[in-house]
Ligand binder design. Structure first.
Ligand SMILES: Nc1ncnc2c1ncn2[C@@H]1O[C@H](COP(=O)(O)OP(=O)(O)OP(=O)(O)O)[C@@H](O)[C@H]1O
Ligand SMILES: [Mg+2]
Length: 442
């Protein structure tokens, strides 16, 4: 339809016939000579008004249609979002009920069973109704914490949410949301997305960081879970040490929240950490009062288990297996690594040199080598540890006072044991390096 036809159509349909035709039989004609001046003026106004309105009307109606359409779309979007949010909430409750059940990611033919540790973890993943303490699981890097925690979480299943803290904190919320199967509201509603983009957000809730909102979602589901099962659900924060350097305040918030919620038996948190700086930081805060003690420590495999692993799981002959064990001890990550290198054809001598080089770097960063600032104090600690294998933290602090204490511990030559409040060498490889370089530390 051409625009003049549309105009005509509106004139004839929108305006009453008598209004347009009776008073002005010929829309385009000039006033008749018999018309009174009064009639003539009003007719000319009417004519102008009609022309003007007829010209404007399509735009006005179009605008009206657009506005009505938009309002319709928004209300459909909001209704849909409300429906999806309800589904989201149901899914969240179902996930907490069922548990995250993470996969261990290790084949059974390579796995060294550690039933005592798994059973202990399973016990803390099944809290009783009024439990009012949270937990810490601790062990040096590569002792197998993630693997065992995943196994125990999956075996308990119900009510155990497993969150793997990512290396990049920006992805923490995503990881959290994935663990509980939660979709953020603004990702559901187009209108919420638009409002957030254009106006910032008028909804206060949307202004909180996403990880806080994921946490709130988990807490809502915890209430439902507890009401149904008569006990609080468990949240496992694995690799929590990733927060301690760049985002220590987030670690503090998680700890405070763990304390408050343990007090009310709403949920029980389990922090799994690899670095001594995490338990040291957490212990120094008042929220530590609600941590279950002693801390659960996951350490190295014993000699028999280690040799069994190398011989039976990795098919290395027992003589070579023993030599590899002497080099790295029972740290599973190291056993796995040296077994891989050995099976790939590297000689024992080459593997040994690589390990000694890596350990030397740790001594270097702890300033324990000759002519370095902590050399003398280091010699004292090393001598004490060669004598007794384990020393009290107070003894260690005598050698490394104030800031030096954390500084030296962070270099991973020595390891802190929160369950006994003691210090040992960080690994068998460290001891091996000292034996090979005895003259440096005499
Ligand atoms: N019981 C086991 N049997 C065989 N291999 C294992 C076992 N536990 C762990 N591993 C292997 O050892 C490596 C380190 O394990 P894992 O990641 O669980 O250690 P972790 O203590 O969590 O390390 P990190 O402190 O760095 O987070 C992984 O490759 C894993 O597959
Ligand atoms: Mg881990």
């Amino acid at each position: 339809m051409s625009s003049s036809k549309i105009t005509q159509h509106f004139r004839s349909t929108v305006f009453p016939i008598h209004f347009v035709n009776h008073r002005r039989p010929y829309a385009n004609s000039s006033p008749s000579p018999h018309t009174s001046p009064e009639e003539s003026t009003s007719s000319s106004y009417l004519n102008k008004f009609t022309k003007y309105t007829a010209k404007r009307l399509p735009t006005a109606i179009l605008a009206n249609i657009i506005v009505t359409g938009l309002a319709g779309l928004i209300s459909v979007d909001l209704m849909y979002a409300r429906y999806r949010n309800r589904c989201n909430e149901r899914l969240l409750n179902e996930t907490v009920e069922k548990g995250t059940r993470p996969r261990a990611g290790i084949s059974s033919d390579k796995f060294v069973p550690r039933p005592e540790i798994v059973e202990r973890l399973k016990r803390i993943f099944q809290p009783y109704e009024d439990q009012s303490s949270y937990h810490m699981v601790y062990g040096e890097h590569g002792t197998g914490k993630t693997t065992l925690t995943r196994i125990a979480s999956s075996e308990v299943g119900h009510g155990v949410i497993y969150v793997d803290v990512p290396a990049n904190f920006e992805k923490f919320a995503e990881e959290f949301a994935r663990a509980i199967n939660f979709t953020f509201e603004e990702r559901i509603s187009f209108t919420a997305q638009l409002m957030k983009k254009i106006l910032g957000s008028t909804n206060n809730k949307l202004n909180y960081p996403e990880w806080v909102r994921a946490m709130d979602a988990f807490k809502r589901a915890s209430v439902v879970y507890k009401a149904k099962n008569g006990k609080p659900p468990v949240i496992v924060y694995d690799n929590i040490s990733r927060l301690v350097h760049k985002n220590p305040e987030i670690l503090d918030i998680l700890q405070d929240d763990a304390k408050d919620n343990a007090d009310d038996s709403k949920y029980i948190a389990v922090f799994v950490s690899s670095e001594g700086s995490v338990p040291r930081r957490m212990e120094s805060r008042s929220a530590w009062s609600r941590a279950d003690k002693p801390v659960i420590e996951i350490g190295d495999l014993g000699e028999k288990e280690s040799i069994d692993y190398l011989v039976n799981k990795r098919k290395i002959n027992s003589v070579e297996a023993k030599k590899l064990y002497e080099l790295v001890g029972g740290r599973i990550v190291d056993l796995k690594s040296v077994a891989g290198k050995f099976l790939a054809g590297q000689s024992l001598e080459v593997i040994k040199q690589q390990i000694l080089t890596e350990v030397k770097k740790k001594f270097d960063s702890a300033n324990l080598l000759r002519n370095q600032s902590h050399h003398e104090a280091g010699k004292g600690v090393i001598s004490a540890l060669l004598d007794s294998k384990e020393i009290d933290t107070d003894v260690f602090r005598e050698f490394f006072k104030g800031e030096k204490y954390n500084e030296v511990l962070e270099a991973n030559v020595f390891a802190y044991h929160p369950s006994r409040d003691t210090i040992t060498f960080q690994s068998r490889s460290v001891e091996y390096y000292i034996q090979e370089n005895a003259s440096i530390f005499k």
